[in-house]
Design a protein around this ligand. Structure first.
Ligand code: FMN
Length: 271
């Protein structure tokens, strides 16, 4: 049975790649056939379509590990860590927006999580840090592609305490500490060589000493007010279960929304 599954997933992968290259060739031919040289380019990759879970492998309310979102998150993260096709299960897309609502998104690594929130570390002068200063709200997205699972988390953001950031900084390898100390993340730099020279000089200065966390580097915690667990289905009737905090004085429709633990409620969304 296992053998058949592997064979069929390999087959799907080959079909998927063939579809992609077919669209690429079609795009290139179309581009070549244009008479004038143009910088305009559009490639239609609408035919790229991967196979997801089949109908025997749905994600239903009975599959929730608990009635609080963090225990289910832990289960899915552990599944992703155990999956040998996922190299960095803790990579998450962090979306922020500045005071004008202009969004930006980038990946960061999750370094700790629990019912108190989701922690990551970065430079306090970077673009994300400026956004968070102006607008302390963020969205996190994990996508574990081989499992066809996505988790979305939204909430307010606070800086970790100085001792918390110190503790994580001191646990890092010295080369990472040096890079974090030297990097003026998201500022302009003349060249890679210029950056390397700065690193070498600084490394020499601190060769025989332990490094202290620089003030421009530290952690944040995203405190979730909603989680969404998504699992992809081949027929595109994907499963989505959202946990959110019950609003003050809110009366729920128990046909649609269910009480979870504490002030969490959960509900299914159309895909
Ligand atoms: C998989 C992955 C993990 C990353 N982890 C971090 C991280 O933990 N902290 C960080 O500051 N940047 C991390 N980066 C780099 C960021 O994506 C980004 O380039 C950098 O933080 C600057 O972003 P900003 O200018 O929007 O602030 C990571 C990038 C990737 C692709």
């Amino acid at each position: 049975m296992h053998f058949i599954c592997v064979r069929s997933s390999e087959f799907n992968r080959i079909i998927h790649h063939l579809n992609y290259f077919r669209t690429q060739i079609a795009c290139s031919l179309r581009k070549m056939s244009k008479e004038s040289v143009t910088t305009e380019f559009h490639c239609n990759i609408g035919a790229m379509r991967a196979k997801y879970h089949d109908e025997s492998d749905t994600f239903t309310e009975e599959d929730l590990v608990g009635k609080d979102p963090i225990s289910h998150f832990q289960k899915w993260l552990n599944d992703a860590v155990k999956c040998d096709r996922i190299m960095e299960a803790n990579a998450m897309c962090l979306a922020t927006a500045n005071r004008n609502g202009v969004p930006s998104a980038r990946y960061v690594l999750l370094k700790g999580y629990g019912s108190d929130g989701f922690e990551f570390f970065t430079n306090y002068n970077s673009r994300k840090a400026c956004d968070l200063e102006e607008n302390p709200q963020a969205a996190l997205t994990f996508y574990w592609e081989p499992l066809k699972r996505q988790v979305r988390i939204e909430g307010k953001v606070e800086k970790l305490s100085e001792p918390e950031s110190d503790e994580y900084f001191s646990s890092r390898p010295k080369v990472s500490q040096i890079s974090a100390s030297v990097s003026k993340q998201t500022s302009l730099v003349a060249s890679r060589d210029a950056m390397l020279r700065e690193v070498e000089e600084f490394a020499k200065e601190v060769e025989n000493s332990d490094l202290k966390r620089p003030k421009h580097w530290g952690g944040y915690r995203v405190i979730p007010n909603s989680y969404e667990f998504w699992q992809g289905q081949s027929n595109r009737l994907h499963d989505r279960i959202r946990f959110r905090k019950l609003q003050e004085n809110e009366i729920i429709d128990e046909n649609l929304t269910h009480y979870g633990d504490g002030d969490w409620v959960y509900e299914r969304l159309y895909p």
